[in-house]
Design a protein around this ligand. Structure first.
Ligand code: ADP
Length: 487
């Protein structure tokens, strides 16, 4: 009884260590957010499991790191091929486990998983170089050397996509990996582990330990045998991990939360603005990048609100496996209750709920209605805290200075969206925004070569292209003198 059957495919529930399945003395229960059904008992990792995984990753490191980008690239491209061949299976598993839309997993997310692996494998071969610097005849050669074992701690909102965004560059850089996926969504990581074996990735290069953050996650981040910690998740958990990392001075890369602004200027195409605004409900609002604070110029607020209302009313909520569904369930009861708590408190404080405002009573379970809070009081909880659900706020502004102050007025700085019909005006605004990524008249489009990450409390460091290798590798400068050569 070590597998879960997903549409005829067996997903192993044990750890994956040194190319083998490792049984766990303790387990925890995994359920599906779609209908609360029991999925299975998952290995609940402790320090022993983590020690075994780190030992395996360390033992595999000398060979993997010496293999070179080309040979590693061949194996990683094979892995990407296998992901592509298994898109449907991976999509089915992920939807059952985290409740996100099957159609998104099929069309966008799982193909992107393959791309995460392929892109970094190819980048290490073709693009990871720097012009040598010459100084007084001396040549400075820059190289990216493998660093050791990368500990990867990942969240539940886009489990395999965000895991491979770290696994891809770590393995391509020549590091070996121990992954601790989020406890609510372990399944695609397990199936992916089987694919690494099929691809011929050597035993111990990629390992997975399942379990709780406070147990497996804590043991992994405090381990003295790791060389890097890459974490995507919440600010409070990042602080705990930063403390664990401090004891060993382990370098960290953090991608954390946001409360990003979505700014609708007076000169904006309001149909486009409404389209972009409604996209902020994607993945049932469980997207760190979402522009959850809609800031609209007072002169167009009523017209925009009407267009936005029409689009929001057209969203279909339901089973994420149904192609007609736009919004599925929240990931877990604990998270659902957290979202409901935010909205209940906003209602109790007398905030104006334009639509939604609570659970979808027709569907029951973990389905929360797309919600809009209008004109929340500045500084109130609903407009300051990250909710991570289908709950947006809308506020108005009257000047550029005012909207810039509002946009930058949170502890976060992950992303921002600006909708404007005038390039100069849009640039005046984007120049002043503090955010890792800004979208102008669009949302979510991004080149994997570009940097990705957050300012202020939204993160430490950047991923993407060379930035990923700067983190996972030990960047080395070898300065060669023109003197002293005997040949
Ligand atoms: P959320 O509260 O939304 O579940 P978290 O930031 O707590 O988000 O979780 C993201 C990831 O961090 C998960 O894989 C989780 O298991 C892990 N995690 C949680 N607590 C810790 C911890 N103390 N040490 C290491 N990892 C942790």
């Amino acid at each position: 009884m070590h597998t879960i059957d997903v549409a005829g495919v067996q997903v192993d529930t044990r750890h994956f260590v040194n190319g083998e399945r490792l049984e766990s003395p303790a387990t925890y229960t995994n359920t599906s957010p779609i209908d609360g059904s029991f999925l299975g008992e998952i290995a609940r990792g402790d320090a022993d499991a983590v020690n075994a995984a780190v030992a395996a990753a360390r033992a595999a490191f000398p060979t993997w790191s010496k293999l070179g980008p080309k040979k590693r690239g061949e194996l990683l491209n094979k892995l990407a091929d296998l992901v592509e061949a298994n898109v449907e299976t991976l999509a089915n598993i992920e939807t059952l486990d985290n409740g996100a839309l099957l159609r998104s997993h099929l069309r966008g997310v799982m193909p992107r998983v393959a791309m995460n692996i392929r892109f970094f494998a190819d980048y290490a071969i073709n693009d990871l170089h720097h012009e040598a610097f010459e100084t007084r005849g001396h040549t400075n050669n820059i190289t990216w050397d493998p660093s050791g074992v990368a500990a990867l701690i990942t969240p539940w909102n886009a489990p395999l996509m965000l895991a491979t965004w770290k696994i891809g560059p770590a393995l391509a850089a020549g590091d070996t990996v121990v992954l601790k996926p989020a406890e609510w969504t372990p399944l695609t990581a397990s199936y992916f582990a089987d694919l690494t074996k099929q691809a011929g990735i050597p035993d111990g290069v990629f390992n997975v330990v399942f379990g709780y953050g406070t147990e497996a996650g804590a043991a992994l981040t405090a381990h003295t045998g790791i060389s890097r910690i890459s974490f995507t998740g919440s600010v409070p958990t990042a602080k705990i991990i930063a403390h664990a990392a401090a004891d060993n001075l382990t370098p960290v890369s953090f991608e954390l939360g946001g409360k990003s602004p979505c700014i609708v200027m007076a000169d904006a195409d309001l149909d486009l603005a409404a389209e972009i605004a409604v996209e902020q409900y994607d993945n049932a609002g469980q997207v760190c990048l979402s522009g959850t604070r809609i800031l609209v110029h007072e002169s167009v607020a009523d017209e925009f609100a009407e267009k936005f209302r029409e689009k929001a009313a057209a969203l279909t909520q339901g089973d994420p496996r149904d192609p007609a569904t736009d919004i599925g369930p929240q990931v877990h009861q604990v998270h659902f209750d957290r979202i409901k708590g935010f909205v209940d408190r906003a209602v109790a404080e007398g905030h104006d709920i334009a639509w939604g405002g609570g659970p979808n009573t027709e569907l029951g379970g973990l389905y929360f209605q797309p919600t809009l809070v209008k004109n929340p009081a500045p500084g109130s909880e609903i407009v300051s805290a990250e909710i991570f659900g289908p709950v947006l706020c809308m506020q108005t502004f009257t000047s550029d200075d005012e909207v810039i102050a509002m946009a930058n007025g949170t502890e976060f700085g992950l992303a921002a969206v600006v909708v404007s019909g005038n390039r100069d005006h849009a640039k005046r605004i984007t120049d002043e925004l503090v955010a890792g990524t800004i979208w102008v008249n669009c949302f979510f489009v991004r080149d994997l070569r570009a940097p990705f990450g957050g300012s202020k409390k939204s993160g430490i460091g950047r991923d993407g292209g060379t930035w990923s290798f700067d983190f996972y590798a030990d960047v080395k400068n070898t300065v060669v003198s023109p003197n002293g050569w005997k040949e």
